[in-house]
Design a protein around this ligand. Structure first.
Ligand SMILES: Cc1cc2nc3c(=O)[nH]c(=O)nc-3n(C[C@H](O)[C@H](O)[C@H](O)COP(=O)(O)O)c2cc1C
Length: 217
């Protein structure tokens, strides 16, 4: 598929078919993800691919932890958000909720437990960063995530980035045997979208470009 078309139609998917994704397919995707640029070509990313029964085990543990700790998806702000950001956050709920109502699902439960379950995807990819690096290298991981979602789409697969797993980093590290010197940055669900699920009809909007750009010329 043409890159521009892929960018236009890619979206986060929140209901997956149980069909497995082959290791070979994931290898092909990650082999292209690592073509992403990185500072000084450090390629500081590390990917942990969790599939099959291990992925189910991870999901069960994360959902259990969510039920105990009730740490939810959040904007991750360290200062109060401006009215503009608050409005965009609220809009996500307002626009997604009618699709969840069709499914008889409560928004908070669906998004939080769904994130912990990687929305039923057969594969979870955990993006890690060596903690020798400063936060500046999170940029490189973000670029890799951007490549990942687009490349997966190009292969007919769907994704949903899962930032919520950060809240459960210690448990994930223990479960997946991730060494102390690696930080869990973000996860992503990977699989085939369930076209029958109403939530996958939802497409998130974008603000007009003028809200983001300041020209100096
Ligand atoms: C860093 C990051 C973290 C995210 N974390 C979550 C998450 O935990 N759960 C979830 O359902 N979606 C998550 N998302 C998906 C966003 O909600 C989604 O990208 C955004 O609403 C725009 O929609 P789109 O991807 O369909 O264009 C995350 C996206 C990013 C980039």
């Amino acid at each position: 598929m043409d890159l521009i078309e892929t960018i236009k139609v890619r979206k986060s998917v929140r209901a997956f078919k149980p069909d497995a994704v082959s290791r070979q397919q994931i290898e092909e995707i990650l082999g292209l993800v690592v073509r992403a640029p990185s500072a000084i070509n450090l390629q500081p990313w590390e990917f942990i691919v969790v599939m099959g029964e291990e992925k189910e085990r991870l999901s069960r543990r994360l959902v259990k932890l969510y039920r105990e700790k009730q740490i939810s998806c959040s904007p991750g702000n360290v200062k109060p958000l401006s009215a503009e950001f608050q409005k965009r956050g609220a809009e996500s709920f307002i626009l997604m909720n009618p699709y969840l109502e069709k499914m008889g699902q409560d928004f908070n439960r669906f998004v939080n437990e769904g994130s912990c379950n990687f929305y039923g995807a057969p594969a979870a990819v955990i993006f890690c960063l060596d903690n020798a690096f400063s936060e500046a290298r999170l940029v490189d991981i973000g670029i890799a995530l951007g490549y990942f979602v687009l490349i997966a789409h190009n292969f007919g697969l769907s994704t949903c980035p899962i930032g919520l797993i950060n809240a459960y980093e210690d448990d994930i590290k223990e479960m997946l045997n991730i060494p102390d010197n690696k930080d869990v940055v973000i996860g992503a669900a990977l699989g085939y979208a369930d076209p029958a699920s109403p939530i996958n009809e939802f497409t998130s909007p974008r603000e007009d470009l003028e809200n983001f750009v300041r020209w100096i010329d």
